[in-house]
Design a protein around this ligand. Structure first.
Ligand SMILES: Cc1cc2nc3c(=O)[nH]c(=O)nc-3n(C[C@H](O)[C@H](O)[C@H](O)COP(=O)(O)OP(=O)(O)OC[C@H]3O[C@@H](n4cnc5c(N)ncnc54)[C@H](O)[C@@H]3O)c2cc1C
Length: 250
């Protein structure tokens, strides 16, 4: 392996794990640094567990990673929105033509499968519990902290990819460069995850499981996505503040 076929990936989430697979297939030596512990041992903790509503774009990536069949088995097609009115009436709004759907997929489950596939490549190495602390962009050096011990290491590679999510440390380093254009805005809304468990006999508690259920209520809403185990993962979206239906009053 030549030295210039080396890549560092900061962040082993959905994009980082997928990207490691793609780079490995192209013959790169890939070092993935993820701040969380190995979810194959520790479980999917500290990350979002809200289901993904996956469309064709996601399937294309999953197909290329070679795990489409596995994910299809646990993905539930949602052919449209099921709107729940205040009076309890249901209205179904199809997403497309007959047979077209987006799919409810476990975020943790998908991440786990991507990690497993990536780890099967001899040229991919995972470093869990390692938090990226920044990148020296002039010298292609990424700095990481081993969280349990506080030890710092530095890694150099011609290619460094920042797949470390919304609060990216890699992007933060880029921000310090002149003329790097960046803007960030925050929503007035937050969200909380809730669960509708399966019935005692393991079925979905709501009929019409092949839909994305929505309870629109003016300034807030609840959504529910079906899981293969009979439960629904729900997300309650509320404004952070303002009125009795806000997180600061809850
Ligand atoms: C409420 C909500 C609902 C969503 N619903 C959908 C949906 O239905 N369908 C859809 O396609 N998308 C959805 N998205 C968007 C989707 O979550 C993101 O597009 C996706 O998670 C981006 O993947 P990522 O790997 O870039 O980032 P992330 O999934 O955030 O992964 C980043 C990874 O980097 C790690 N990390 C972070 N900082 C560091 C660091 N300094 N050093 C090392 N590691 C680090 C994290 O632990 C994590 O593992 C939703 C997002 C939210 C917030």
């Amino acid at each position: 392996m030549t030295a210039n076929k080396k890549a560092i990936v900061a962040g082993g989430g959905l994009v980082g794990a997928l990207w490691a697979i793609f780079m490995a297939k192209r013959g790169y030596d890939v070092e993935v640094f993820e701040q969380r512990s190995d979810m194959r041992i520790a479980g999917y903790s500290g990350g979002r567990s809200i289901n993904l509503a996956m469309s064709e774009r996601g399937w294309k990536a999953v197909r290329k990673a070679g795990i489409e069949d596995k994910i299809r088995k646990v993905a539930i097609p949602m052919y449209g929105r099921m709107i729940h009115s205040l009076s309890g009436e249901l209205a179904f709004q199809p997403y497309g033509e007959a047979g077209q759907a987006i799919y409810s997929v476990s975020r943790g489950g998908l991440n786990l499968e991507l990690l497993r596939i990536a780890d099967r490549f001899e040229n991919v190495k995972f470093h869990f519990d390692h938090k990226c602390r920044g990148v020296d962009l002039d010298n292609n050096i990424a700095a990481f902290e081993h969280i349990p011990t506080g030890d710092r290491i530095q890694m150099q590679a011609p290619l460094i990819f920042g797949t470390d999510g919304a609060f990216s440390a890699v992007r933060n380093s880029m921000l310090k460069r002149p003329r790097f254009n960046y803007s960030q805005s925050f929503l007035d809304y937050g969200y909380k995850e809730l669960t509708i468990p399966a019935t005692d006999d393991g079925r979905h508690a709501m009929p019409n499981l092949n839909a994305l259920h929505i309870w629109p209520r003016h300034n807030f809403m609840l959504i529910a996505l079906p899981n293969a185990d009979g439960s629904f993962t729900c997300t309650l979206f509320l404004p952070f503040e303002g009125g009795e239906d806000a997180f600061d009053q809850a």
